[in-house]
Each structure stands twice: as C-alpha cells, then as structure tokens.
Design a protein around this ligand. Structure first.
Ligand code: ZN
Length: 444
C-alpha cells in the first residue's frame, strides 16, 4: 500500500498546490483604507512636493519619521543623489529617496522592492500662440504653490507606507525594501540614482513592484473601474519582468478575489514613463502597477486632489501588492535553468548553449534545472503554454527533482517553464526556458 499512498500524495499535490499562506492573508487583511486616506491627505497638505520647493523637505522628513515609528526592525535611511539640471529642471537639485529595509531571515542577500514617488509636479502652460499647443512654462511650473499630486503619486507612496507598516510585523525569507523615490517627475532622477548604485554594488534584486497613479478609479470622462489594476511589463514575452507581471496577476487574484489584475504587455503606457524603467535599464526586472482610469485632465494639475481620489481603490491595489510582495518574500528562489553542457557553442551556433533539449526520441522535451538549497524547499512544478498564449496553461507538480521529461511534446511548439514551491505551498517566479542569441558567422 506504500506505493498507493505515495501516488495519492503526488496526485493531491498536482491538483491543489494553490493554497493560501496565513502570513500573506494577514498582510492583505491588515491593509487599512483609513490609514491610506490619512496618508493621502497628509501628503496633499504640504501644498507642493516639487523638487525645487522647500516643502518637499518637510515631506521627506515626515515619511522618514513615519517609517521609523513603524517597527525597530525597519532600517530607515535617506538616499541622496545630486541631479544635474536637465529637461524641465531650473537648476541642479539634490533629490532624496526615503528607504526602509526589512531584513530577510534566510535569504537576506535577495531583495524584493516596492516603490513609488513622493515628488509632485504641476505643468503651467504659456498662453497658446495660434494653433500650436501651449508650451510648458518651466519657471512657473517649478514655482507653483499648489501641486497636490494625490493620485500621482501620493497614492503609490500610501501603498508603500501601509505595506511597510503591515509587513514589518512579520518575518520573511528575503529582504523587503520599501522606497519613496524623489525626482520622478523630472526624469526618474531618484530611481536612476538608486538603481545605478545598486547595479554598481552588485545588489541582488529579484523584483520591483512600482506603484504610480493608483489613487483614482474614475477618468473624469465616463469610465469608472474600481476592481481592476493594470500591470505593465517590458518585452520580450518571457522577460524576467513579464514573469513578475504574471506572478502579480496570479497571486493578486488568488488572495484578493474582488480584484482583477490586467496584464498589459508593454513597458509602460504609450510614450509615458515611470521609475520601474530606471531598474529595467540597469538590468533589473520590474513592473508598473497603475489604475485603468487615468484622469489625464487632472494629472499634473492643481486638481489632482484628495477630493478627486478614491482611498478604497488605492487600498485594494495595496492589497494586491501585499499579496504579491509577501508571497515573493517568502518564496524560494526561481530555479536556475541549466545549459546543455553536452554540446559546445561551436556545435550549436548559439552564444551560450540552449537550456532546453530534445529527448532521445527527438519528440520529447527534456528540462534540467539546478536544485535549490532552501531548507523549506518542497519541489518543482513544470508549466507549459502555447507560443501564442499570454499565460501559462498547464501545470504539473514533479517533486524534488532537477530534471523532467515531457513526453511527446515538441520544444518547437511550446513555451516551457519551471517554478520552485516551498513546504507551505508558496511559489517562486517562473523561470522560462528561452533561446539564447544565435551566433551567425560573418559572410566574407
Ligand atoms: Zn507619477
């Protein structure tokens, strides 16, 4: 009967690995709409948080103090960068990021980040001349007394701060970093300073969840959507950033059933930018969460106020973030998919050997990966989708092994990935098997 028992256990695993983790449930449940509303109002009360203003320094000090008051386990620092005058800036400006670090227990060198920007801007325009669009008056914009920036992006900061408060009451495997960036509105200045320094220092960042404009659910032109959040991720189809977007969709919808996560397969809104791009450009995976109902008329204007915001929507998006972030922070490392070392680069023509091979019968797909070393590692699940499908379609729990053969599956026709799962059922980000760049010899 022993064989029967093992078979049954494996079958149960394969059918129901999607269990809820109590810590993740607690994080999502503890997010308070009232606290988020209070943070939105407080950040609005500074009048402006333009990087040229004196008021932004009061906002910096307030955020720092709030982080410090949440838990002695949060390590709070000010991360300063001198930004040279560029674009719409009036002069060189020192921008200050407020950073709170919750050290991880078992994988402290691996970081997962949640970010937003606390600086704000209003764009004041010169009188229009003829039919040409009115030009931006840089001096008047920088000196404007009212730049409330509630949806853009006090809302993201409120989510970051609320999750810092809630998550600092728990312990996680990985190090969680909560950041309020400055200078986003003048060219991602604070995020670029941080991401560039991180790359230089060899900091290991597994994921960045950037929240920018999550505070309103009404676009002012007839579209009101309170139960959907968009997550943007850079190409290609199996980039590490895209894998994070799928992870946010999967965990967000699993823990917050009232919310839908709408993955948009683009780096950002058309021709627009955000702080996650500073990380992407430094080789780090990251995504942007943002409302479906962006109000383009109120954005960057004195009307981006608390009165026009929705704290309850902001709180729901914070809960989606909490589900994804807490899951990520508890999860094993994504599997390292190993290369086919039996063939040389000269033989294959690839700059590095492909990591997915055909089996002996040539119709099988043979996957290999490196076994993780986490003490709480339970095993792996292999996922498959068609090349035209956006999301994984099939999932098979294969146990604690480092190799698996998918019989009669042509590697030409499917995308295949693998994820690690711990003993509590928490899943890692999926590592997809992707083809390396091919070396074509030059034609003489
Ligand atoms: Zn913004």
């Amino acid at each position: 009967m022993r064989f029967g028992f093992v078979f049954l256990a494996a079958a149960l695993w394969a059918q129901s690995p999607k269990q809820l983790h109590p810590t993740v449930e607690k994080v999502a449940a503890a997010v308070s709409t009232e606290r988020i509303a209070a943070t939105l109002q407080k950040l609005e009360s500074f009048g402006t948080r333009d990087i040229h203003s004196t008021q932004i320094h009061e906002a910096t000090a307030w955020i720092e103090q709030e982080f410090k008051s949440m838990s002695p386990r949060l390590q709070v620092t000010l991360d300063k960068h001198l930004a040279k005058k560029r674009g719409r800036m009036m002069r060189d400006v020192e921008v200050t990021n407020v950073v709170a670090v919750l050290p991880g227990k078992t994988q402290p060198a691996v970081h997962v980040l949640i970010t937003a920007h606390y600086d704000s801007v209003v764009l004041v325009r010169k009188p229009a001349v003829g039919n040409a669009p009115a030009a931006i008056d840089n001096a008047a914009s920088a000196a404007a007394p009212k730049a409330p920036g509630v949806s853009d992006d006090a809302s993201g900061v409120a989510a970051v701060m609320e999750l810092a408060r809630v998550m600092s009451q728990h312990e996680f495997d990985k190090t969680v970093v909560f950041i309020a960036f400055s200078g986003e509105e003048y060219g991602l200045l604070g995020a670029l300073g941080y991401a560039t320094a991180a790359k230089k220092a060899g900091m290991k960042i597994e994921a960045v969840l950037n929240n920018d404009i999550i505070g309103n659910d009404d676009n002012g032109q007839g579209l009101k959507v309170s139960n959907v959040v968009r997550v943007f991720s850079e190409d290609p189809a199996d980039s590490p950033s895209r894998a994070i977007a799928r992870y946010v969709r999967d965990t967000g919808e699993r823990y917050i059933p009232g919310m839908k996560v709408d993955a948009v397969f683009r780096n950002d809104r058309f021709g627009r930018g955000g702080d996650h791009t500073a990380f992407n450009n430094n080789g780090y995976p990251g995504v942007r969460l943002t409302t479906v109902a962006e109000d383009l008329k109120k954005q960057h204007s004195p009307d981006d106020t608390f009165a026009n915001a929705s704290p309850s929507y902001c709180a729901q998006v914070a809960r989606v973030n909490g589900a994804a972030l807490a899951s990520l922070a508890l999860a094993p490392a994504p599997p390292m998919v190993t290369r086919d070392v039996t063939r040389t680069e000269a033989e294959t023509g690839y700059s590095v050997q492909p990591n997915l091979a055909r089996g002996k019968e040539s119709v099988d797909a043979v996957l290999k990966w490196k076994m993780g070393t986490e003490p709480d590692l339970a095993g792996y699940a292999v996922v498959v989708r068609s090349t035209t499908s956006p999301f994984w379609e099939r999932e098979t729990y294969v146990g604690k092994v480092s190799e698996f053969t998918l019989k009669n599956l042509s590697i030409d026709d499917a995308v295949i990935g693998v994820k690690a799962i711990d003993k509590d059922g928490v899943e890692s980000i999926v590592s997809a098997y992707v083809l390396p760049k091919r070396n074509f010899a030059p034609v003489n």
